[in-house]
Unconditional design. Structure first.
Length: 438
């Protein structure tokens, strides 16, 4: 007898995680499911471990690594040969709580207008710290806006929240929606595939939502921080998405915004001596402009330069560090927490205060303190307050010396120089490749 739900797990070289993922699924309160694991040509013994699992598993063996979207698509094609009502997609390092799948199925059964429903994602290894809960497309800045990223879960949210997309690491979709909207675009290879898929699902008239009571813990292990792997795919696929779907009236605004973002990211990468990141971002833009898709060529993914953590070497002689922020919400970012941790490793007392509470530059607060201003971007921050010893932004870029200030002040001049040299050519490429001229 056909089960109501098919659970598709995509795996590549994470033997221990995928076994733990399957074990968690089989501890669910909901049991009307079959499990399919798509293995992307793993070489770490994953297949043998899955074959020896005590749980019923259908294994689909791919001959090569076809990426996250490709793996999920392979599983969903197999599922559509049956009569399942729902498909649950899980990353191999996503671990469901016992009620998570039951909650997804229950909410989908209640509201047939929901096409995609995601779980509430927690960062694995933390105490109730959210990876994200509610994610949106920011058409003003041509970015994504992730809500509740890195914050402690307080639980004070509605049971369902409508959003623009949900990560494919833990979601449920109706099989009829897959037939109507199509599969994920596997040419993304990884990252942004779920965002673009949700965009098409919404275009078909369905809602995309996230469920408060479906809790999943996610390792986020695919970031591969030792290389520029995530840098390339995040940037290239973001460019492709907005180049493809931006409205005709906003295309030149988009192009200018993307060009400015690339200039800023490349300049700051070089500023931090992250030269491989700078080259990767430029390559990502070049490939997006030519609609180069799929798995990256070998020369695009590079070994990441070992970062020099300048914050560790600041010459702090004062006993107290005064950290000025624009508003207290900034305290919840991961970069802010890292800054606090490093400063405290200096055995310094750290006091955090909002800028609005500083009455004047001559405030007594500045006395006998090493003063740091935390900002969004050092490229957009005024650097002329003589009472501030150091500026640090959310990417932990640091301005601490007069030489630093001179380098930052050169940015606008160089950006205009490169805009005059390259921007019109970028527009011409977009008009041809993405048919903007039609």
């Amino acid at each position: 007898m056909t089960k109501q739900t098919a659970i598709v797990i995509c795996n590549w070289n994470k033997k221990d995680d995928v076994i733990q993922c399957v074990d968690a699924v089989y501890q669910s309160t909901y049991r009307d499911f079959d499990v399919l694991v798509v293995d992307n040509a793993s070489s770490d013994g994953s297949l043998e471990a899955l074959e020896n699992s005590p749980h019923p598993i259908k294994i689909i063996r791919e001959k090569i690594n076809i990426g996250g979207a490709g793996g999920f698509n392979s599983g969903m094609r197999h599922v559509l040969e049956g009569n399942y009502e729902f498909i649950v997609l899980l990353d191999n390092d996503a671990f469901v709580e016992p009620e998570a799948i039951e909650e997804l199925v229950k909410q989908m059964a209640r509201d047939c207008s929901i096409g995609l429903l995601g779980s509430k994602l927690y960062i694995h290894g933390t105490e109730n710290k959210l990876q994200e809960f509610g994610s949106y497309l920011d058409w003003s800045n041509y970015q994504i806006r992730v809500e509740n990223k890195g914050v402690q879960d307080c639980g004070q949210v509605p049971s369902l929240i409508e959003c623009d997309y949900v990560p494919a690491c833990a979601l449920i979709v109706r099989t009829r929606v897959v037939r109507e909207a199509g599969f994920m675009d596997s040419d993304f290879f990884i990252y942004w595939d779920d965002i673009e898929w949700a965009y098409r699902v919404k275009d078909k008239g369905y809602k995309v939502m996230v469920a408060r009571d479906s809790k999943v813990w996610h390792k986020m292990g695919a970031l591969r921080n030792e290389t520029t792997f995530p840098t390339y795919y995040f940037w290239r696929n973001r460019f492709y998405f907005f180049f493809k779907y931006c409205s005709r009236d906003n295309r030149k605004i988009l192009a200018a915004s993307i060009f400015a973002d690339v200039c800023e990211a490349v300049y700051l990468s070089i500023y931090k001596k992250q030269y491989s990141s700078a080259r990767t971002i430029i390559g990502a833009l070049q490939d997006a402009l030519r609609q180069v898709r799929g798995q990256a060529s070998d020369n695009r993914i590079m070994k990441r330069d070992v970062p020099v953590e300048r914050l560790l070497y600041l010459d702090i002689t004062q006993e107290r560090v005064l950290l000025i922020i624009d508003d207290y919400s900034q305290q919840y970012s991961s970069s802010f927490e890292k800054i606090i941790s490093i400063l405290r490793s200096h055995n310094r007392k750290v006091e955090v205060i909002a800028g609005a509470e500083v009455e004047s530059e001559t405030s007594a607060l500045f006395q006998n303190s090493f003063v740091i201003k935390y900002c969004e971007s050092i490229l957009k921050q005024q650097l002329n307050n003589r009472f501030i010893n150091c500026y640090i932004d959310k990417y932990i870029n640091i301005v601490a010396t007069d030489k630093d200030k001179r380098r930052i002040q050169k940015y606008n001049i160089l950006r205009e120089k490169y805009k005059q040299k390259y921007f019109e050519n970028m527009i011409r490429q977009l008009e041809v490749v993405y048919k903007w001229g039609e």
